[in-house]
Ligand binder design. Structure first.
Ligand SMILES: C[S@@+](CC[C@H](N)C(=O)[O-])C[C@H]1O[C@@H](n2cnc3c(N)ncnc32)[C@H](O)[C@@H]1O
Length: 267
């Protein structure tokens, strides 16, 4: 049996176990996996599982702002450990959150997960990570295609943040890392005591590179105060952390890192 088929069977079982998380993006009904491995609702709206084991739950065709090439570049940058200190901070927050719960199992959604490296690294770094359910969502099929290359037990979905195909109060933790947000949807799918971990680039994010590449101040000076203020209006900010670290970029990584710079202007 090929690796893809084995993986598809595993992910199908994972979705079956967690079918209560899903709602039909067309009619909002409950969903289940049918005998031909599609995720369907009572009204027979049907969403197929791709060979790689992800599910496309978009209801209309959407052209992504980001190219496949950009996601591949980001994948290389993430694999090189560029975001490791950030992932360690995120997993500390989640581990502390779980330590204060009665339940030892939580559901984690990465909203705008891109090529999936962050969620994969969170899964690998969390204590008792096998207890949890992990779901990654992105509007770009190219990004989810890359995300689903890894062999982890993660449910990858192509879907729109503005219309999440999940039940109300389905998730304990929402990650929203360097991505756009939809706070009314986040607040809907978040459990009452749940947390949103939002990551925005700080003023100095990639500053050394931006200073070299751009003359224009619009690109060299970076502020996300509007994004933070909006987040504060829509959710309660319990804690805000500045994470500063330096990373020595190998020459070979530079072209991929440069490609990813502009992608962060849309967070
Ligand atoms: C700057 S990238 C960050 C991706 C990833 N979190 C990371 O840090 O590598 C922003 C991501 O948000 C996704 N995105 C943008 N609008 C979206 C929407 N309406 N629904 C779902 N994902 C969306 C993009 O496809 C892209 O993958």
């Amino acid at each position: 049996m090929s690796i893809n088929i084995k993986k598809k069977i595993r992910i199908k079982e994972l979705i079956k176990l967690n079918k209560y998380l899903f709602k039909c993006p067309i009619c909002n009904e409950d969903m289940f996996i049918n005998e031909i491995d599609s995720l369907v609702c009572e009204s027979n709206h049907s969403f197929d599982m791709a060979r790689k084991g992800y599910i496309n739950l978009l209801t209309s065709k959407i052209t992504s702002f980001y190219s496949k090439e950009l996601f591949e570049a980001r994948h290389t940058v993430c694999n090189a450990g560029f975001y490791t200190p950030l992932i360690i901070e995120i997993t500390k927050i989640i581990d502390d959150y779980i330590a204060n719960l009665y339940s030892e199992k939580i559901n984690i959604l990465d909203a705008g997960c891109g090529e999936g490296s962050h969620l994969y690294s969170v899964l690998q770094t969390l204590k008792n990570s096998q207890n949890n359910t992990y779901v990654g969502v992105d509007i770009s099929k190219d990004s989810i295609n890359i995300a689903s290359r890894n062999n982890a037990d993660i449910i990858w979905c192509v879907a729109d943040l503005a219309k999440l195909p999940f039940q109300t109060r389905a998730f304990d933790v929402i990650l929203n890392i360097l991505s756009p947000a939809n706070y009314s949807e986040f607040n809907r799918v978040l459990y009452d005591e749940g947390i949103i971990i939002k990551v925005v680039p700080g003023n100095n994010y990639l500053k050394e590179l931006r200073d070299i590449i751009y003359d224009n101040k619009e690109f060299t000076e970076y502020s996300n105060s509007n994004v933070i203020n909006h987040f504060n209006e829509m959710s309660i900010i319990h804690t805000m952390k500045n994470i500063n670290y330096r990373y020595d970029v190998r020459k070979e990584l530079l072209p991929d890192l440069i490609k990813t710079i502009n992608s962060n202007k849309r967070c």
